[in-house]
Design a protein around this ligand. Structure first.
Ligand code: B12
Ligand code: SF4
Length: 655
């Protein structure tokens, strides 16, 4: 019997992003069904466990799931097993590889410890490869989808995806029980699929590659059974993820949503279900959102420039439909969120700036600009598009992805777009602090009441205020911005080789641990000096007051907001549950403070500011009972990185 270890590795140093290893479990379940007792398969998620097991009982075959966040770790484990025994067969699968034959050949040549790469959907090629390895070793041909080198030349026939059936019915990994240890692990988020593939072809996305353009469905009964199984046998995780690229593409997705909601109502979980909505199916998306009783609506616009969207492969996504959904969500008082990318094909500094302005005009409550990570296998990463758009990239560490396995230090690297023919690196970098100001002042809400008032009452786009803040005359704030700029640029290395040499140098190893999420680090810096927070507050207030012709002396709501906004962030201690004395305010003030529009016409509303028990306990746990100003700044930072950023503000309670 052949012994196979399959792993979807995630670094032990990270505490987030853990999902059940559905990818390799799919292979294991199908292989078990087809090959019965010929195979003995073990699944792994954590590298330390895999390392231990390899040392105790080396397998005959090691198969690893290859993504942009675990590639170097995978290579290292292939090297480890080959070091133990050259006969152990190593296989990589997963999306993190260019898809043309020359590149696959190069990949295998550059990574001598990898015997096979399975490209695209894995179930059938994996099983056929095992069968092949168990039979005729003289025949060098391979099943479609499998790639290897023979005499230094590639042997590979791509899977003919056109011939795949519209429905796929491989064995369900959940229902075989193979994922039981993982759904019982509280840290692991259950992951489901109801379909595979995406008909759109956004150039920066590995979902949109031609291999996956045909959408194929899984049987509805199996999906229901899987959800029921996970409900019954899991640790009751509050989060679930659906891996579908376009949830809402089919009518039946409404039934899936109803099933999720039934489970949630009856058993109290999952409260939080991540779904990527389908495009161009507005009314169905709205219906699904109603069924799931979503409190928020997520619509990724990426850019509002139609020519950029077209060049980025998003020309077929109807912008009007996105707007209609947005209006519906806003009409139902849902919190709306969007993603924006900087560095897309054809995006200029001007058009990106306009996208940011437009996002506020459209009324998004959360606006999240991201860099573009170049992903192997996508069009945007290809040599052709690199040349066409004169894409220049740089490299940085992936946060939290490092560890020592088999006595060797391993860490992960991302390659991101730093300039194109339409946007220079300086221009791209000039948005960094602005993006952070959007995150800090608007998304997590620190000065949102003031900015929202300015936007709605005075017709001032919050971008105008934030751009003004960037030009502050206050020395202390200028110094902060200048240090932020240095920190931001110094994360990047010109080449992968330089980055590796730097972090492998024993003198710099500690810096791996110190590598931080700058968004959180800059909050820690601001909070560590109350003066800075006050200067930022003053600058925002001054800018709004100077911007408008309206006289404020009589505007009760503005005065109340100025007073209460500062209390929301500095009232009491983060770790202490506290209530302020009762404050009397206009109903409209409440709307600007927490979005509740029920009292806008009422005078003399009674409210109090509250630091609720749950938030206080959360901070107490992460700050060891101290105030944030008394703990080392790195401890505060670590709490922010673990989710503290969204727990900074006190809430407003109406009496
Ligand atoms: C779930 C998911 C996640 C999870 C984590 C998943 C994990 N395994 O750890 C979360 C939500 C945390 C996540 C985060 C991110 N993700 Co993600 N994510 C997905 C998603 C939606 C589903 C993946 C999945 O499990 N599908 C179900 C399984 C069954 O399908 P599969 O992975 O394709 O596996 C099949 C084949 O690939 C193959 N196969 C896979 N492994 C193996 C192994 C062997 C040995 C063999 C033979 C075959 C094989 O067979 C499988 C069955 O057919 C995909 C999109 C998609 N639908 O594929 C993106 C995707 C994987 N994510 C992606 C990205 C870029 C990210 C982020 C970097 C986004 C960001 N900028 O922050 C982050 C980074 C996370 C980190 N750790 O740093 C990219 C990866 C591209 C790449 N080249 O690696 C994808 C493809 C989406 C995209 N936009 O292009 N993600
Ligand atoms: S629609 Fe979404 S999943 Fe499909 S290619 Fe575009 S970004 Fe990727």
């Amino acid at each position: 019997m052949i012994s196979i270890y399959l792993a979807d590795l995630i670094y032990d140093s990270t505490e987030t992003n853990h999902v059940v290893p559905l990818n390799v479990a799919c292979l294991a379940a199908y292989a078990k069904k087809k090959l019965n007792d010929d195979v003995n398969i073990k699944l792994f998620k954590y590298p330390l466990e895999l390392e231990k097991e390899i040392n105790l009982n080396p397998p005959d075959m090691l198969g690893l799931s290859n993504y942009s966040w675990n590639e170097r770790l995978n290579h290292h484990f292939c090297e480890i097993v080959k070091g133990k025994d050259k006969q152990i067969i190593t296989i990589l699968g997963g999306p993190n590889i260019r898809l043309d034959e020359i590149s696959i050949e190069k990949y295998l040549k550059n990574n001598e410890y990898i015997d096979y790469y399975i490209v695209g959907e894995g179930e059938i090629p994996f099983v056929e490869l095992i069968k092949k390895l168990q039979s005729d070793l003289n025949d060098i041909s391979l099943p479609p989808g499998c790639a290897k080198l023979h005499n230094n030349k590639l042997i590979y026939t791509p899977t003919n995806t056109r011939k795949q059936p519209k429905e796929y019915d491989y064995e369900s990994p959940y229902l075989t029980g193979i994922l039981d240890p993982f759904i019982k692990d509280k840290k692991c988020t259950p992951l489901f699929e109801s379909n595979r593939g995406c008909p759109f072809s956004c150039t920066y996305c590995a979902w949109g590659v031609s291999q996956l353009s045909r959408v194929r469905k899984k049987s509805l009964d199996i999906i229901f059974e899987e959800m029921d199984y996970v409900r019954k046998h899991s640790a009751g995780q509050q989060s679930w993820i659906f891996a579908d690229a376009n949830f809402g593409m089919f009518d039946r997705d409404i039934d899936i949503a109803k099933h999720i909601n039934r489970i949630r109502k009856e058993y109290g979980f999952p409260t939080d279900v991540t779904l990527w909505d389908s495009k161009n199916t507005t009314s169905r998306n709205i219906k699904i959102s109603e069924v799931l009783e979503d409190k928020s609506g997520y619509i990724a616009i990426q850019s509002t420039d139609l020519s950029v969207l077209k060049k980025s492969g998003r020309g077929n996504i109807k912008f009007d439909g996105l707007k209609q959904r947005l209006l519906d969500y806003k009409g139902k008082s849902k919190e709306t969120q969007t993603d924006i990318l900087i560095g897309l094909a054809g995006e200029t500094s001007k058009s990106h700036m306009k996208t940011l302005y437009d996002s506020f005009d459209l009324g998004f409550d959360m606006i999240q600009p991201y860099n573009i990570r170049l992903l192997p296998g996508t069009d945007y990463e290809s040599e052709e598009q690199r040349r066409l758009y004169k894409i220049k990239t740089k490299f940085r560490l992936i946060f939290g992805s490092y560890g020592i396995y088999n006595n060797k230090l391993v860490f992960e690297i991302e390659e991101s777009v730093r300039s194109t023919k339409d946007m220079s690196e300086n221009e791209l970098e000039s948005f960094k602090i602005l993006h952070w100001l959007i995150y800090f002042c608007w998304n997590i809400g620190i000065f949102k009441p003031l900015l929202k008032y300015a936007n709605i009452e005075l017709n001032i786009n919050p971008m105008d205020v934030l751009l003004h803040v960037l030009e502050t005359k206050k020395n202390k704030l200028r110094e902060l911005f200048s240090s932020m700029k240095n920190e931001s640029t110094s994360e990047w290395f010109g080449t992968k080789k330089d980055l590796i040499a730097y972090y492998e140098d024993a003198r710099n190893r500690n810096k791996l641990k110190e590598f931080k999420k700058l968004n959180a680090w800059w909050i820690a810096k601001l909070y560590s000096d109350n003066d800075l927070l006050n200067i930022l507050y003053d600058d925002i207030v001054l800018c709004i007051e100077n911007h408008s012709v309206k006289k404020y002396s009589n505007d009760v709501v503005w005065d109340e907001l100025k007073n209460i906004n500062s209390k929301l962030l500095s009232f009491g201690d983060l770790s202490k549950s506290e209530q302020s004395p009762i404050i009397s305010v206009h109903g409209k003030t409440i709307y600007y403070l927490n979005g509740d529009s029920r009292y806008v016409d009422k005078l003399n509303m009674k409210i109090y500011i509250n630091r609720d028990n749950e938030s206080a306990q959360w901070w107490d746990y992460y700050l060891d009972g101290e105030s944030y100003s008394d703990v080392p700044i790195n401890q505060f930072l670590s709490a922010l990185e673990k989710g503290g950023s969204s727990r900074l503000l006190n809430s407003v309670v109406v009496q």
